[in-house]
Design a protein around this ligand. Structure first.
Ligand code: 13P
Length: 254
């Protein structure tokens, strides 16, 4: 972490807790972060729980995010949810380009860029996910793959002036218990920041770059100690308030 950037811990609940249990989990997290300052905490429940969790978080420090959005504001798109709808529900953040969407739903760089633009258009802060597969890493393509994914959203990153966040999530580390080492994370994060520096050094210094992939209480402090790791995007451990809060505490500046 770097004192210039406020740490951000985001929980991606994926397809869990879409009903009444969501408010309970959100309330426990909100209570646990009351005494944490100088850190942003975001939770991203399923769409069906957004409005209820927004009400639960009223006046609390935890901010609300969604996991996906459609690039259009409205239209005949059965089953989809738009940026303006997320804002109406109380969301302030949205995850775009998660590898589960890139790989299971065929979302490519152009669609990720369109979704990022749609988010910014309505004032949602995008958490833009990038990351390589195991085959790409073993093939020595990690930096090239991440660079290419980032290239597609560079105009949006520039426009956001540090409001957007990048999350480096190596696909092989997601849900596997095999987190990246600090050296592996720092290498990619430094490369991402160098790419941002090509646009402007101010943008590079401001933009937060999260690490995601098997972040747990026992590895969070080490990962967060990397100079270019500004927080974490947490999957499994975000469903357990004790684990998620322990990770948030690890991000609290001394
Ligand atoms: P895990 O923390 O379960 O590995 O998931 C990471 C992730 O995909 C967050 O978006």
């Amino acid at each position: 972490m770097n004192a210039q950037r406020r740490p951000l811990i985001a929980g991606n609940w994926k397809m869990f807790h879409g009903g009444p249990g969501a408010c309970d989990l959100a309330a426990q997290i909100a209570a646990g972060v009351e005494d944490l300052d100088h850190i942003d905490v975001v939770i991203c429940p399923p769409f069906t729980a957004l409005a209820a969790v927004a009400a639960e978080l009223e006046g609390r420090k935890v901010q609300l995010g969604a996991q996906n959005l459609h690039p259009q504001a409205s239209g005949a798109f059965t089953g989809e949810v738009s940026g303006p709808m997320l804002v109406e529900c109380g969301a302030r953040w949205v995850i775009v380009g998660h590898s589960e969407r890139r790989h299971q739903y065929g979302e490519g760089d152009d669609l990720v860029a369109a979704k990022t633009k749609a988010a910014l258009d309505v004032g949602l802060r995008p958490i833009i996910c990038v990351g390589e597969t195991l085959a790409e890493r073993t093939g020595g393509q990690t930096l090239a793959v991440v660079q290419h994914q980032l290239e597609a959203v560079m105009p949006m990153l520039e426009r956001s002036q540090g409001q957007a966040v990048v999350a480096y999530e190596p696909v092989w580390a997601i849900g596997t218990g095999h987190n990246a080492t600090t050296a592996q994370a720092q290498e990619v994060h430094a490369m991402i920041r160098a790419q941002l520096r090509q646009l402007s050094s101010q943008l590079a210094e401001r933009t937060r770059i999260l690490y995601g992939g098997s972040v747990k209480p026992d590895n969070a402090a080490a990962l967060l100690s990397c100079p270019d790791v500004d927080g974490a995007l947490v999957g499994g451990a975000s469903l357990d308030p004790h684990q998620f809060l322990a990770i948030a505490r690890a991000a609290q500046p001394a």
